[in-house]
Ligand binder design. Structure first.
Ligand SMILES: Cc1cc2nc3c(=O)[nH]c(=O)nc-3n(C[C@H](O)[C@H](O)[C@H](O)COP(=O)(O)OP(=O)(O)OC[C@H]3O[C@@H](n4cnc5c(N)ncnc54)[C@H](O)[C@@H]3O)c2cc1C
Length: 569
């Protein structure tokens, strides 16, 4: 490491400087040569351009490369210099996504350029070195996220609902951005003078390559930051629908076993689990781990094994009337697959209040991550639900809010919540439990939610609470509506039936079991289509169970593929 001063190294990463910028030994560099090509760049040449250059990794062999954060408004900020033995790359490069930084030759340099494909091959072939490289890539992304450096610039007045949804989309997908309020920021004002945004044009989004978009869809943003790639038109071994814990597990195991895997995710990797501030019952994490951190690791792991993850890519139809299977994605693209894994989980239930949609993102939340918690600082909040996820969120929010009103319809938590959580709630003075109670009305103003009215089911008496944050943890419905016309059997609640359960009706019609259709335990009524995790009928609605099924389904996929006629491409 050159002894130039490292600027804007977030304090939490300071202690991990050696992991953030490991220096490779000569032996290690010798071993890397088979993965790359040597190139020279003259002094002053721009080697990487933020928002443009897609590459894998660049190892400095001679000379010095200057690395700067850069955003589409032209703001550049020095990060570090990479001398001999140091490398340039961060998480995006595992899947060859556009660079988030500019890299310039400070003097005449010689580098080893490694493509994204070879970077993945390298971190797998070189276990110990690979671990150091992947850790550095993750820490650099953390550094960019914590310092709000590079990435996207979002311009809008505070409280704009589209701004809230976009920042939530970016945060949930671990992509850096910063927000400018035109009232306070000169650059933002100049941008507004030029683009003249109307009331529906917020936020203005400035992409790293300088392109400016007016209130773009999440798919447009996904394209401009490389989260939503151009999906190759080929016959995939496995198409996974849903990148929650179950879908990510299938992606990691299938990718690591050499299958070609495309994972389609409609919103953000991690699914419901990512909404949990602290998962304490997942094996191997005695002090607990946030759902976001667990999902982030799995997302990077999947990319390390060459899985193509597309976000946002909502699957809108499954076509299984002929070979191969096909999945239609929002926007009309159709992808072909030998096998499909349905891991679309469940979506949050909403109480039957007419105006609830008005306040989603403007006071109503279905999860409690650090972002939402910070919004509750020293305020009273209302939280509805009596299950584990509600309990966790109440305890978490009580660390920020002045008071948490916990509302349940039943007479207590015993039947629905784990004991450790009930004890923790009892021990938390600023959590008040309202039993036999339900929410009956919501009121608000331009800023969003302002009052919640609840009613005691026994007496019918109502009471109102002036709060602007309401958290809903009232269960989830399966995400299977998009499967309506493809013949995949579901149970009465809409969860997907698998194994014998999926075909038992057909079997009943058969005289002998011998000629009854056979299905693998996680296979649905449609051959080659599997279902795992929360969306599966009868599954245990837990992270570990989803991950377990996500791993287990891969051997069933291999068995299915092995049965395919040899002529299959
Ligand atoms: C707040 C909260 C706290 C929790 N805490 C715990 C805990 O402490 N311990 C524990 O074990 N469990 C916990 N759970 C439950 C756990 O999160 C779920 O069991 C687990 O996430 C299920 O994983 P999954 O992958 O099957 O489904 P999900 O997590 O629901 O993921 C499904 C994914 O599919 C995507 N998707 C849906 N439809 C489509 C489509 N058509 N196209 C593309 N993508 C689609 C969704 O966006 C989502 O990302 C908690 C749940 C919540 C909500």
């Amino acid at each position: 490491m050159s002894d130039t001063e490292v600027i804007s190294m977030p304090s939490t990463l300071e202690s991990r400087r050696h992991q953030l910028n490991p220096v490779l030994t000569e032996q290690e560099i010798k071993r890397l040569h088979r993965f790359g090509n040597v190139r020279q760049y003259a002094r002053g040449v721009r080697i990487l351009e933020a928002g443009h250059t897609c590459f894998g990794m660049i190892v400095t062999l001679q000379g010095t490369i200057t690395i700067c954060k850069y955003d589409g408004l032209g703001n550049s900020e020095f990060i570090i210099e990479h001398g001999p033995g140091e490398f340039t790359a961060e998480v995006s490069q595992l899947s060859g996504r556009p660079s988030l930084v500019n890299a310039t030759a400070k003097d005449d340099v010689e580098v080893l350029e490694v493509s994204a494909e070879n970077l993945r091959a390298l971190v797998i072939a070189e276990a110990e070195l690979g671990e150091r490289i992947v850790r550095a890539l993750i820490l650099r992304r953390v550094g960019l996220l914590e310092s709000e450096g590079g990435g996207l610039v979002l311009v809008a007045p505070p409280g704009n609902a589209c701004l809230f949804h976009l920042r939530s989309f970016l945060s949930s997908n671990g992509y850096p951005y910063r927000i400018l309020d035109p009232k306070d920021d000169e650059q933002a004002r100049a941008l507004c003078d030029y683009y003249q945004p109307g009331p529906d044009d917020w936020p203005l989004v400035v992409c790293p390559d300088g392109a400016v978009k007016k209130n773009p869809s999440h798919a447009e943003v996904g394209y401009c930051i490389g989260l939503l790639p151009v999906i190759e038109d080929k016959l995939w071994d496995v198409v996974v629908v849903g990148a929650g814990p179950a879908g990510l597990a299938t992606s990691v195991y299938a990718g690591s076993e050499g299958l070609s895997v495309l994972a389609l995710e409609q919103r953000a990797f991690g699914g419901q689990a990512a909404a949990s501030a602290r998962i304490e019952n997942y094996l191997g994490f005695p002090t607990g781990i946030s759902g976001g951190a667990l999902a982030g690791r799995a997302f990077v792991q999947a990319q390390k094994f060459g899985v193509e993850v597309a976000i946002p890519a909502p699957a809108t139809r499954l076509l299984c009337d002929s070979w191969p299977l096909r999945v239609e994605i929002d926007g009309g693209q159709v992808v072909r697959a030998k096998t499909v894994v349905l891991a679309s989980g469940a979506r949050y239930k909403r109480p039957g209040l007419d105006n609830i949609g008005e306040f989603e993102g403007r006071g109503i939340y279905f999860w409690a991550s650090p972002i939402e918690a910070k919004l509750c600082k020293s305020e009273e909040v209302v939280l509805v639900g009596g299950g584990n996820s509600a309990g966790q969120a109440a305890v978490f929010l009580s660390g920020y809010a002045s008071k948490v009103h916990m509302v349940i319809r039943g007479d207590g938590l015993k039947a629905t919540m784990s004991t450790y959580l009930i004890d923790r709630i009892k021990a938390t003075p600023n959590i008040e439990l309202h039993t036999h109670t339900e929410i009956v009305a919501l009121e608000g103003n331009d800023d969003g939610l302002a009052r919640v009215t609840f009613r005691c089911k026994d007496t019918g008496e109502t009471d109102s609470c002036d709060v602007c944050r309401l958290f809903l943890f009232i269960g989830a419905d399966p995400n299977t509506a998009w499967l309506a016309d493809c013949g995949v059997e579901v149970d009465a609640q809409g969860f997907i039936r698998t194994g014998f359960d999926a075909i038992k009706d057909q079997c009943r019609a058969k005289m002998t079991l011998a000629d009854a259709p056979q299905r693998a335990p996680l296979e649905t009524s449609v051959p080659g289509v599997f279902a795992i995790g929360d969306v599966r009928s009868g599954s245990t609605k837990r992270v570990a169970a989803g991950v377990g099924e996500g791993a287990a389904v891969v051997s069933q996929i291999h068995a299915f593929l092995a049965k395919l006629p040899l002529t299959t491409p």
